[in-house]
Ligand binder design. Structure first.
Ligand code: HEM
Length: 517
C-alpha cells in the first residue's frame, strides 16, 4: 500500500507519496492502468483506499492543477443538487468535446445558452416521442438482435459465442435511427449471412467459444464508429484538445470520417426540412432530428428571427446523442448480461415476472413493454447501473474558493465525484459529521444510504416492503444528479428495458466457464 503525505498548498488533501516526487505526478500510473485495463474509471476507487480518505488529489499534468477525487454519496448529491452556485459542469468535459462537438450542451456552462439547447432538444425526451417513435425503433432493432443470436446459437451448437460486438452494433443502430432516421447498421446483412450457413465445425471442448463468420460494416457505420472511438483520445491525453485535433485533422481515415459525418448530418437536415410539412402530429415524426428542426422553427418564430436549420448547435446536439448514448448504454447492457449470467436466480426470477406479466406466450411488443409496470425489471436495471464497476465520474468545477469535507478547494479545480467506490459499492470511508457542508448536514435525514450488503448484486434493494419499485431507495449516480444530470436518462432506461425484456424472454443466459467470465 502506498505511503501517504500531504501538501501545504492544498491543505491536507491526501496524495500518493511517490507522485509528489515526479514531474509527471500520477499520470504515469494512470496511463499504465489505462494501457492494461483499457479505462481510467476503475482506477479511482482503488486509489481512494490507499490513504483511506474520501477526498484525494491526483496530479495529471506537469504544472497543472491537481484533480480532486471525492467518493461519498451524501457530499456528491449535495454538490450536484444543492451547491450549484459553487460548482458547475467542468471544463474537463468541454476539453473532451471541443474538437468534434464544441456546441453540445454537455460542454456548455450552466446558463442561457445551455438552457436554450435544452429547450431545443427537450421534446425528444417526452413520453410521446419515446413511446411512439423511438420505442418502436428500439424494439424492432432488439428483435433483430434476438434473431441474430438465435442464428449464432444454432451454429455454435451449445458452445459460447461472442456477443459484445452485436450489442454495440445494435445500440449504435438504435441511436442512429432514433436520431437521424433510416438504417445504418450491418444487422440485416449479418443476419442474412449467418442464416445462409448450414453448419460450422465447432470445437470439441464445449467451453471453447466458437468463432463465427463476420462481415464488413458499411462505410458510413465505420466512419461514425471511428469518430466515437476518437473520443478516447482526449480522455487519455495530458493535452486533450490538441491531441484530439491532431488525430482527426491529420490521420487520413479519421479526417475522412469527420468529413463524412458532417456531410451526412447536413444531408439529413436538408431532407428533414423538406419532409416536415408531411408531419401532422408528434407521432408522425420519424427521428429526433425532425423534432429538433421543428422546434427550431417554432423557437425562431417566437423570438422573431429566421430559423437556422443547419446551425452548429443543431449539428452538435444531434451528433451528441450518438456520443452520449454509444459507450454508456453498450457498457451498461454488457454489465447487465454479465450480472444476469453470474446471478442465475435473478435471471430466472426476472423471466418469471415477464412470463406472468405477458401471458400471451409470444415475445412482448413495444406497447406491451411501455404499458406494463414490472417493479422487478426496474429494480434489476437500477441494480445493474449501480453495481457496474466501471462508471464514469460526474465532474464539476469549483466556481470559487470553497471547501469539500473540510478541505480547501481553490476556484477552478476539477472535482471528480465517483460513484463506483466507497459508499456506493464499497464500504464508506470515515467522515466526521462536522466536516460536511451546512446543506449536507441540513439534509441528513433525507440521505438514504446502502447497508453492509452494498457490494452485493441484489435487485431487491430497490423494492419496498410492498414490492413496489423505489427509485430513491439509496444512492445511484450513474446518470449524475441535479440540473446537469444526464439529458438522455429516459431514453437510456427505455432502451435497457426493451433490450433486457427481449433477451431474457428469448434466451437462457447460461453460466460461462471462468476463463470467459
Ligand atoms: C446508460 C446510459 C447512460 C448513462 C449511464 C449516462 C450517463 C451520463 C452522465 C453520468 C452524465 C453527466 C451527468 C452529470 O454530470 O451530472 C450524462 C450527461 C449527458 N448525457 Fe447521458 N448517459 C446515458 C445515456 C445517454 C443517452 C441515451 C443520451 C442521448 C440520447 C445522453 C445524453 C447526455 C447529454 C446530452 C448529457 C449532458 C447533459 C448536460 O450537460 O446538461 N446520455 N450522461
Amino acid at each position: 500500500m502506498a505511503e501517504v503525505m500531504s501538501l501545504s498548498a492544498f491543505a491536507a488533501i491526501s496524495m500518493i507519496a511517490k507522485s509528489a516526487q515526479r514531474l509527471l505526478g500520477d499520470a504515469p500510473d494512470v496511463l499504465k492502468h489505462v494501457n492494461k485495463h483499457g479505462d481510467i474509471y476503475a482506477y479511482f476507487p482503488k486509489l481512494m483506499t490507499q490513504p483511506n480518505e474520501p477526498v484525494i488529489q491526483l496530479f495529471m499534468l506537469p504544472f497543472g492543477r491537481p484533480w480532486v477525487i471525492v467518493s461519498d454519496p451524501r457530499e456528491a448529491s449535495d454538490i450536484m443538487i444543492r451547491r450549484t452556485k459553487e460548482f458547475d459542469r467542468s471544463s474537463f468535459i468541454g476539453q473532451l468535446f471541443n474538437v468534434l462537438l464544441p456546441k453540445n450542451q454537455a460542454a456548455l456552462p450552466t446558463g442561457d445558452e445551455w438552457l436554450a439547447h435544452r429547450r431545443l432538444t427537450g421534446d425528444v425526451m417526452t413520453p410521446s416521442f419515446l413511446n411512439w417513435v423511438a420505442g418502436p425503433q428500439m424494439w424492432s432493432t432488439a428483435s433483430k438482435l434476438v434473431d441474430l443470436w438465435r442464428e449464432k446459437a444454432r451454429l455454435a451448437k451449445a458452445r459460447p459465442f461472442r456477443g459484445e460486438v452485436d450489442v454495440h452494433n445494435n445500440l449504435l443502430h438504435i441511436i442512429w435511427r432514433g436520431t437521424f432516421g433510416g438504417e445504418i447498421g450491418p444487422n440485416e446483412a449479418r443476419l442474412k449471412n449467418l442464416a445462409s450457413i448450414q453448419g460450422l465445425d465447432v470445437p470439441t471442448d464445449i467451453d471453447r467459444p466458437v468463432d463465427l463468420p463476420e462481415i464488413e460494416d458499411p462505410p458510413a457505420f465505420k466512419a461514425i464508429e471511428l469518430l466515437i472511438k476518437s473520443m478516447e483520445i482526449p480522455t487519455s491525453s495530458p493535452f486533450p484538445t490538441l491531441a484530439h485535433w491532431l488525430a482527426v485533422t491529420f490521420r487520413r481515415d479519421w479526417a475522412n470520417a469527420r468529413k463524412a459525418k458532417d456531410a451526412l448530418i447536413r444531408t439529413k437536415l436538408k431532407e428533414a426540412s423538406e419532409e416536415l410539412s408531411q408531419r401532422q402530429t408528434e407521432r408522425d415524426f420519424a427521428s429526433a432530428l425532425e423534432v429538433v428542426v421543428a422546434k427550431e422553427i417554432k423557437m425562431a418564430e417566437k423570438e422573431g428571427r429566421s430559423a437556422d436549420l443547419e446551425s452548429q448547435a443543431i449539428q452538435d446536439e444531434l451528433f451528441g446523442f450518438l456520443i452520449g448514448d454509444s459507450d454508456t448504454t453498450t457498457s451498461t447492457m454488457l454489465w447487465g448480461l454479465k450480472f444476469l449470467t453470474a446471478h442465475q436466480q435473478v435471471q430466472s426470477k426476472l423471466r418469471g415476472f415477464l412470463r406472468d406479466s405477458f401471458p400471451e406466450g409470444r415475445m412482448p411488443k413495444i406497447e406491451d413493454i411501455t404499458n406494463t409496470s414490472i417493479p422487478y425489471l426496474d429494480a434489476v436495471i437500477n441494480e445493474i447501473l449501480r453495481a457496474r464497476k466501471i462508471n464514469p465520474p460526474n465532474v464539476r468545477k469549483a466556481l470559487r474558493d470553497t471547501q469539500i469535507l473540510g478541505y480547501h478547494i481553490p476556484k477552478g479545480t476539477d472535482v471528480f465525484l465517483i460513484s463506483n467506490g466507497p459508499g456506493y459499492i464499497m464500504d464508506p470511508l470515515p467522515i466526521d459529521e462536522y466536516k460536511r457542508s451546512h446543506t449536507s448536514k441540513a439534509n441528513r435525514d433525507k440521505a438514504r444510504l446502502w447497508g453492509d450488503d452494498r457490494a452485493a448484486f441484489k435487485s431487491e434493494r430497490w423494492l419496498d416492503e410492498n414490492g413496489n419499485f423505489d427509485p430513491d431507495a439509496g444512492p445511484m449516480h450513474a446518470f449524475g444528479a441535479g440540473q446537469r444530470s444526464c439529458f438522455g436518462r429516459r431514453w437510456a432506461l427505455l432502451e435497457l428495458q426493451v433490450l433486457i425484456v427481449c433477451v431474457v424472454w428469448s434466451f437462457e443466459l447460461l453460466p460461462t466457464p471462468p476463463s470467459l467470465s
